[in-house]
Design a protein around this ligand. Sequence first.
Ligand code: FAD
Length: 723
Amino acid sequence: MTTDFEFDPAFMRAGDPRSTTSRKALLTRLRESQHSEEKFLRARDDGDSPPQRPSVSPRGEPPRDWDVIVIGGGASGLGVAVDAASRGFRTLLLEQRDFASGTSGKATKLVHGGVRYLAQRNFPLVREALHERGLLLKNAPHLTRPLGFIVPAYRFHEKPLYQLGLKVYDFLAGPLNIARSRGLSRDKTLAAAPTLAGEHLRGSVLYYDAQFDDARLAIALARTVFDQGGLALNYMRVTSFLKYQDPNFPLSTQRISGVETVDVETGETFRLSAHCVINATGVWVDSVRRLDDANAHPMVKPSQGTHLVLSREFLPGDAAILVPRTEDGRVLFVVPWLGHTLIGTTDTPRSDLSLKSTADPAPLEDEIDFILEAAARYLTRAPARSDVLSAWAGLRPLVKEKEAEAGKTPTSKLSREHTIAVSTAGLLTVTGGKWTTYRKMAEDVLDAAFVAHLLEVRPCQTEALPLHGAPKPGTSLGASSGASFGTTPGRTAANSYAAASAATSFVSSPGHPLADTPEAADSPAASPPDDTPAAGPDASSHWASGSLGGGTGAARVPANDDPSLAVYGTDGPQVAQIEGADEQIVPQFDLTIAQVRYAARCEFARTVEDVLARRHRGLLLNARAALAAAPRVALTLATELGHSPVWIEQQLKEFAKAAEPYRVTRREGDPLPPQPIPPLPSQSVLDLPLAATPAEPPVPAPVDAEREPVNASVQLTPAGPLA
Ligand SMILES: Cc1cc2nc3c(=O)[nH]c(=O)nc-3n(C[C@H](O)[C@H](O)[C@H](O)COP(=O)(O)OP(=O)(O)OC[C@H]3O[C@@H](n4cnc5c(N)ncnc54)[C@H](O)[C@@H]3O)c2cc1C
């Protein structure tokens, strides 16, 4: 299927109308889609032959503007939109903020079966998630990678117990297993995880799961919606439902026939009809359900999970550490992520939060203390508050089982993890679940739409659908395909899964602590796992090319010349050709001016936070460095999107406010933080023209007297209209 709006960065230079008006083009498309039902009926009543459309309503309804409207641009909504569009349904997705700005950008970044569900003996759930893990590694190799986990054993019985459990885990993964788990001696454990506390350590079990970049995967999904002929728009809030009288609808006569949505940037309202409306708004599902039925029973109970990010020194090895049961019974992950160490998470009920607010939840002081204390017990060096580079929280949409079962609306619980409900007016709601299973959730939602007679039956296409940026099966990027990515000497590849894929080579590198062990013979580096005899053609070709990794690190992720562009997959060469590809913004990140431009031109970025939190993950890695980067990001975005200095000023204020919860305050007695972040010299972006503006003063960099200094003093007064 082709899309009538093509992203072609080759044509998009600053000043090109397509680069600065792409949102305008998308909104025009939305405007033109409106009232197709009225147009159809008017044409029919006037005796003209109405435009022919395939009927997608099993009940013979007149045509609608869209077949499917999805509300919510997180993992659940984007997955549903990709599924619907790839089945050939005319699909529209509306997100009130940015894609993955809710829970979906704040995950632990694991594509996993869930070892904790194994302990609960929930084998079907683990099997389903492990199958989905295998599919995602195949369908988005540029955004995922296998990752080894060390499960340390401090008590006599722990190692055999973990070994047994993880053998079951391997078995449940079936043909898509990454590599077999195995026991490690104490010495080998410490060689692989040198910062793991060694006192009383008896050894460990090494097993494999996978890691991904959640927000980048969300952007890839949004672009896949376009690739499949659909439309996905951020900054569009759904404010009410359209309803009509349908005497034939089996559930009630008042039937949802569309949504009213507001462009958050301009206030323009759109009324759009659809055969099927799907509520995939995570912890906000109940607010949206109440737009349909003011008395709807709440389905969701939010639970907050906080993560801390420290420097790589806290986990210099390549493997992650999983503590299955901390002293207070929680799971603790210490994970290498984009050149840093990610530690989490917590599970704190948040019934106190008003879900009317769209602001990010803030990590609680107790949560920060808990994670630091737990980490101190398992790491050789206890991290202090001043070591925390960034802290962030996400809200799990936990389904209240009683409500779902006893509520008036019919519900069908298709899995223990996610829940799908159909209201009497025909609103489909999906919530719960996890990132790993987003594809299966989406398949279940579309199947539920058929059961509820909202859409006609069409087969699911997503099991073998490469996501946007994935190389075609059997191909790879980089030198082998002749792709030429610009390189930037000295740039750290913190945004890179290609660089990170080296991590999976730890069992195979000659001289690596694990390479000379008898266990290494087991490793996929030595041979593809022989416990995967039933691998299908896809799976086996992935193994053959090393593209499922499993420890080889060889060619699974595109071998780009510039690994920091690997997350763009097949689009990497285009990013490298954009002006500013060698202009790094702050020394801490591999973010360049070209990447900011690309984010504005082709990845729907509208704000500084969109760029620094989700197109690049700087805010989640190092909040102070992100604040230092903000002025140049704002200026670049302003040149791309045609904004004035007033907009820049507003953006910097908003970003400083948004970044506030990511910064952990020191307590008395804590060591001093590192030196202020130096600015990079003024570069060519400052010479780019901005939109003509009223005479406003130049924008000051955000200053925060209460906090440790962040040097954000990039010169914002270029020659030109700003001067
Ligand atoms: C701390 C934590 C760690 C996790 N780690 C992992 C992990 O490692 N691996 C894993 O597989 N899963 C993980 N999960 C689970 C996973 O992140 C979530 O299940 C998933 O992201 C939920 O996605 P969602 O789309 O349902 O919700 P969200 O991502 O919250 O998306 C809902 C969207 O709806 C939008 N919205 C709300 N109201 C409206 C409206 N009126 N109009 C338009 N849009 C609206 C919101 O702005 C939001 O963007 C984790 C969860 C948490 C909390």
